[in-house]
Design a protein around this ligand. Structure first.
Ligand code: CDT
Length: 308
């Protein structure tokens, strides 16, 4: 079923905590250390987490606009991030990097950038599903103000022909929604890259806290299997400014099996050799969309937002 192998060695470059005082230059040094580990392991593509250049600032209600603006990038690569682009291009490694983007016309997005092995931008994805709350909620032990600090991305999930395959991008909360994977599945995606920052404590329902790791893998493994695609899930995890976030970065096969998983809550790179032709085994059998899907039966999915 698979035919000749089409192998891509991918690295999930997990980050441990980034302190509030840590500079972009210091963070980029950590990203470079992970890039070199990826190079040693033969990676062609290294995937970093969501908001990988700073601490996860939506945990604070920040009233000073200048302080808030300091967490966003107005150009990419910025002078601080340029060494990552230069070194990756010298090594012939592509990468995917999450950051807070402030556009020239004042839009704020939670952005994921895919760069090829020559340092050229392949794709820019802006997070579609923005979780958390819009206003300061002082009763919480910490905030999750993504809905105050980011607009939802204006474009749907894309896929791009790169790295000898069809690559899709998503960010954090997107991974919990089956629609995310299916939209890309319909574009024949073969590898979905997903960066995340997931605080383990969920204030609206703390009974979910012990299940954070289970839910993380549950959704990504199901998304991979049901769409016959690899999924690379990459965390910024560990205890950051008093808030513990989930690590457990992993590389998942189209079978839904985990091929590689991080074992720490720190900077760590895990890699896997992914034969993209493995996707065919699922896309042309159980999940042969053309043969078995019944889109006329699913119209409620796009007609309604809420439960009736
Ligand atoms: N970064 C991100 O999207 N985190 C969310 C937290 C949800 S709780 C407000 C996630 O789905 O992991």
């Amino acid at each position: 079923m698979r035919g000749k192998a089409r192998e891509l060695v991918v690295g999930a470059a997990q980050l441990g905590p980034i302190a509030r005082h840590e500079t972009r230059t210091e963070v980029v040094e950590r990203l470079l250390a992970l890039l070199h580990r990826g190079h040693e392991q033969g990676c062609e593509l290294v995937v970093y987490p969501e908001l990988a250049l700073t601490t996860f600032f939506p945990r604070w209600w920040i009233e000073d606009p200048r302080e808030l603006d300091g967490f966003y990038e107005t150009e990419m690569p910025s002078p601080e991030v340029a060494p990552l682009f230069a070194t990756a291009a010298r090594l012939g490694i592509g990468f995917c990097l999450g950051y807070a983007e402030l556009t020239p016309d004042g839009h704020r997005y939670n952005t994921y950038l895919l760069v090829d092995g020559r340092g050229n931008e392949v794709a820019k994805y802006r997070k579609v599903h923005i979780p958390g709350h819009e206003r300061h909620e002082p009763q919480r032990p910490f905030q999750h103000l993504e809905r105050a600090y980011f607009e939802p991305g204006p474009e749907t999930f894309g896929t791009w022909s790169a790295f000898r395959g069809e690559i899709g991008l998503a960010l954090c909360n997107d991974r919990r929604w089956p629609e995310t994977y299916r939209v890309m599945g319909l574009a024949d995606v073969e590898m979905i890259l997903i960066g995340y920052n997931t605080p383990i404590h969920y204030f609206p329902d703390p009974t979910q806290d012990p299940l954070a790791g289970f839910h993380n893998h549950l959704v990504m493994q199901a998304g991979a299997y049901q769409n016959g695609t690899f999924v690379v899930g990459v965390a910024k995890g560990g205890m950051e400014e008093g808030v513990r976030s989930l690590a457990e970065s992993c590389i998942i096969a189209p079978s839904g099996e985990i091929l590689a998983q991080a074992s720490t809550e720190s900077d760590e790179l895990v890699s896997a050799t992914c034969d993209l032709n493995w996707c065919v085994a699922y896309k042309k059998t159980l999940f042969d969309f053309a043969r078995y899907r019944r889109p006329e039966m699913y119209q409620a999915i796009t007609r309604r937002q809420e439960v009736r």
